[in-house]
Design a protein around this ligand. Sequence first.
Ligand SMILES: NC(=O)c1ccc[n+]([C@@H]2O[C@H](COP(=O)([O-])OP(=O)(O)OC[C@H]3O[C@@H](n4cnc5c(N)ncnc54)[C@H](O)[C@@H]3O)[C@@H](O)[C@H]2O)c1
Ligand SMILES: O=P(O)(O)OC[C@H](O)CO
Length: 349
Amino acid sequence: MTKITVLGSGSWGTVLANLLVENGHHVLLWGRGEKEVQEINTQHTNRHYLPESTLRPQLKATTDLQAAIAGTDAILFVVPTKAIRSVAQQVAQQLTKVPELKPIIITATKGLEQHTNARISEIISHEIAANLRQGVVVLSGPSHAEEVIKDDITTLTVASKDVPSANWVQKIFMNDHFRLYTNNDVTGVEVGAALKNVIAIGAGIVHGLDYGDNAKAALMTRGLAEMTRMGVSLGADPLTFSGLSGLGDLIVTCTSVHSRNWRAGNALGQGRKLPEILADMGMAVEGVYTAKTAHDLSIAQNIDMPISESIYKVLYEDADLKTEVINIMKRKGQSENELMRPRLSGESE
Ligand SMILES: NC(=O)c1ccc[n+]([C@@H]2O[C@H](COP(=O)([O-])OP(=O)(O)OC[C@H]3O[C@@H](n4cnc5c(N)ncnc54)[C@H](O)[C@@H]3O)[C@@H](O)[C@H]2O)c1
Ligand SMILES: O=P(O)(O)OC[C@H](O)CO
């Protein structure tokens, strides 16, 4: 039987662990909260993150990282972006004690690290030396935990430069309601996954401000153009952005009430303040964090990202929402044919 370690007992980690149990694998879920781990083991629930769901009784959780990793075939990271590096360092410490283990590493986290602008697979590959593991595989796509836990139909992308590792991950996750496609464009998949969260905050803002469907379609389409521009500047294939990890995830995150990013934006549009929104959410809202990285990256790469930049200003500079919308509309006329438009210094965003 395949043994899989899942790191992060929040919404997505718990649901992916539960799905792997459903597929017949031996799964150990590692969490940092003793109470949460006890609840999963004894009541088969995780009420803070999944209030209405019951988990499979075979799913076991632990706070002991060494025990979670012992004898494992694969380690799946599902902690928020800001925790990835420190958790990867802890994992590397454990793997050094058992160098013969060499698990496949998987990540389902969506973000870009602040200050370094690094993608999740880059952080993990750097912190866990290649001699301690097999390939690093990225799992991404339109997938809300709230629907996967109900066995609703979901499709994802598994991206890796290591084809055997990607094929292995595709196989362990697939079943009649969970379908995966492989992709070798790791950069495109990870950049799309991270940047769509920023655009989803914008989609929530537009809804909260009571703009119509035209505005929502415009935001998603021009947001996708920004995501693609940035991805291509970092070496991604533009076609990846039409796939599940790009357009697919953008659609679900910009239109679903399950989305934490959309809900945060919607609350901002209705006039609530960010600290209060985040405190009430009690779950990762990755787009808030990624908006800062997108801002830094757009300067570093000299890439024009007016929508993401406006969202950054709303989040970090307390900019007025309606003024930002009007400023985007009043920008100089552009051609839709242009893929790589540089950031124009001094232009009003
Ligand atoms: N929720 C979803 O439907 C969903 C779907 C696809 C991808 N994702 C991505 O998965 C990642 C996790 O999201 P989530 O929704 O599960 O978040 P969440 O807020 O529901 O859970 C995060 C979990 O990580 C734990 N954690 C935080 N910092 C930690 C640390 N330093 N060490 C150990 N554990 C730590 C928290 O205690 C919590 O259990 C995010 O990048 C998100 O974008 C989420
Ligand atoms: O709830 P969100 O906004 O974090 O989005 C979750 C997933 O990324 C959707 O695919």
